[in-house]
Design a protein around this ligand. Sequence first.
Ligand code: NAP
Length: 293
Amino acid sequence: MAARIIDGKAVAARLKEQVAAEAGRLKREHGVVPGLATVLVGNDPASEVYVRNKNKTAEALGFHSVSFHLAADASEPEVLARVRALNEDRDVHGILVQMPLPKQVREEAVLETLDPRKDVDALTATNAGLLLSGRAKLISCTPTGVMLLLKEYGVEVAGANALVIGRSLLFGKPAAQLLLAANATVTMAHSRTRDLPAECRRADILVAALGKPDFVQGDWVEPGATVIDVGINRVDTADGKYRIVGDVDYAAASDRAALITPVPGGVGAMTIVCLMRNTLIAAAALAGLSAAI
Ligand code: NAP
């Protein structure tokens, strides 16, 4: 039987409306307008598109939105000076420094400089530690999106065997923490995992975030499992164009899974809205308030 498709676009559209409504309330009742600043260093075309979309979405929600584009040869002190200025800017509540950075700018130096209260990507050590101790206000956007999708589709997380493939700071590690906090029995897999197919077959919730097109095979999926495909991979097509595929062989996996996220239109659709949600949460917290979202 074909799996039910998790419609990330529809869930993201509803979440966007909630964020807009709560932003409207904060403005009306407290005069707080959430502000997002993006910092792009260099001219990577994909990063340029990501940053533009983030600013456009912020504007569409009525947020204050500013963008800074530094040259590809910008020095680390220049980038850190920009981050410090944004830390001090009272109109800015969320700062997003687009990764990856050119090699002369150390990611850890940027993260050490960034005010954790404005760290809407939740990459600073402070926010990672707060997540570990169950006290985080700002949680990584894509893992948050995954948890919201599981909730929206009524997936029973407590007691489930959850497998997260990939252990990045951006996705795998925070996703595993969130699943653990929701009482799943969590396994983390990575490139040194001995028998990945066997680990997959034990999973009630299989989360793939390894960045390899169609890597997870259909017969690795336990019948009835929930499959969350985080991968975004560009694959060249015969006509000289490209298509976007996930980390899971979608057609084969959807014959066995009960629920599955498509790529595109699944997890990816949630990420940008979760970034706006984090900006709203940060704006409320910096004003001593709490966002009802
Ligand atoms: P990443 O930093 O690229 O790391 C990949 C992870 O996958 C590593 O932990 C690596 O293990 C593991 N891995 C690689 N090959 C493997 C294999 N053969 N078997 C098992 N594990 C393997 O990861 P990322 O930044 O989290 O990105 C992962 C994917 O998710 C990418 O396609 C990315 O585009 C996508 N993504 C999407 C969104 C979204 O908005 N939807 C957000 C973030 C990421 P080691 O640690 O051992 O090297």
